[in-house]
Design a binder for this molecule. Structure first.
Ligand SMILES: [Zn+2]
Length: 392
């Protein structure tokens, strides 16, 4: 009777260990590999961020130089403006002295041309008319033409400088746009690095849990073997049987199912009652040296599609996706308290929506950086992750 019970316990243990150990072993090496991948993704994100920061600094230098160039150009334009005014004065002086000489000629008897000249409406017309006036000296006409040419040249130079200044201002605007763009990329990269750090911590925590579970199963297997030896050597002895039976029930801690309790007075209810807790919140020593192990939440392991419930009533602030979190939901419960639900296979709520405690908001999945279907659940107090056990 007693021996039969011992044997059935051993059989059950052998079956469960037979199934569990190879799965655990492959899961451990997969998790280690995932940790290395995440670290290398973080390293390359850091390198990209550094390159972007250098690009931004170069843009700022270029911007400073362009601003300097614009100021220099403006000084040149101002100088050209002064030069133009002087050239116009010179042109006008020549025109006036020329007219005096014509008047002098008129007063001394050259009467036939004066009316034609006085009717001239512009310098150009005057010059054409003047072509016919032999009495006006070649010198006067040549001088006027030269002064006119100078005015034209200075005006052209001023226009060219203004065009160059407009080009520099366009360049300045482009540099500013580029600077904004690179700044945005840098902050996106910083967000990604933060998320990757979270994923690395989560992964390391999972690895730790898997290794502990493997060690526990190995101990159970040893105890079972010892019990089998005792059973074989002394049949009818009851001590070995009951002790291995006790350790078997101790090992069945894989699914403590808690009921959903509606939230009240700031308490949170279990967001995923169909799951078991595969990893708790907190810092751990890194097994295998895979980066930071600061686990910012609590992991609920269960099958894909299992319901995720709002831990308390509140307002959905974010329903989004990113490469680390996968599909995720954030709910604000007021008084600085928020909850985050990661790696969902589906989400059933949208930002701005009010939800009640225990409302089905999403389904468990393995989206983002996740090694298997689970809910990564975080509780934030004023934006800082805290141990969910403080509220559950
Ligand atoms: Zn987690």
């Amino acid at each position: 009777m007693q021996k039969k019970r011992v044997l059935s316990v051993i059989l059950a243990l052998t079956l469960s260990i037979g199934c569990a150990i190879p799965a655990q072993a492959s899961s451990i090496s997969e998790t280690q590999k995932k940790g290395e991948e995440l670290q290398s993704q973080k390293d390359s994100a850091e390198a990209e961020k550094a390159a972007l920061t250098k690009q931004l600094n170069d843009l700022i230098d270029e911007m400073d130089k362009t601003t300097e160039d614009i100021n220099t150009k403006q000084e040149e334009i101002d100088a050209k403006e002064t030069e133009l005014i002087q050239a116009q004065i010179d042109e006008n002086n020549q025109y006036e002295s020329m007219k005096k000489r014509i008047k002098y000629m008129y007063e001394n008897g050259n009467t036939q041309f004066i009316e034609v000249l006085l009717e001239s409406k512009s310098i150009g017309e005057f010059l054409n008319n003047a072509e016919y006036i032999a009495q006006i000296s070649d010198y006067d006409r040549q001088m006027l033409k030269e002064f006119q040419q100078t005015v034209q040249d200075v005006d052209d130079q001023k226009t060219a400088l203004e065009t160059e200044k407009v080009e520099l201002e366009t360049l300045q605007t482009q540099l500013q746009d580029k600077q904004n763009e690179v700044s945005t990329l840098i902050s996106e990269k910083a967000d990604l690095i933060g998320d990757l750090e979270t994923a690395i911590g989560e992964n390391a925590a999972k690895l730790q849990a898997l290794q502990e579970e493997a060690a526990r199963q190995a101990r159970v297997q040893q105890e079972a073997a010892a019990a089998a030896n005792r059973g074989n050597s002394s049949s009818g002895s009851s001590g070995g049987g009951s002790s291995s039976g006790g350790s078997s029930s101790g090992g069945g801690s894989s699914s403590p199912v808690a009921p959903i309790t509606p939230s009240g007075s700031g308490r949170l209810s279990n967001p995923c009652p169909s799951a078991y807790i595969s990893s708790e919140f907190g810092g751990r020593t890194s097994p295998g040296g895979i980066g930071s192990t600061n686990h910012k939440g609590r992991d609920y392991a269960t099958g894909t599609g299992s319901p995720i419930y709002a831990a308390a009533s509140g307002t959905v602030t974010t329903v989004s996706y990113n490469v680390a979190r996968g599909n995720y939901v954030v709910i604000n419960h007021g008084n600085g308290l928020s909850t985050l639900y990661q790696h969902c296979s589906a989400t059933y709520v949208s930002a701005g929506q009010s939800v009640s405690a225990g409302q089905n908001i999403a389904a468990v999945g393995t989206t983002g950086y996740s090694t298997g279907p689970h809910l990564h659940f975080e509780v934030w107090v004023n934006g800082t992750p805290v141990d969910p056990r403080l509220y559950l």
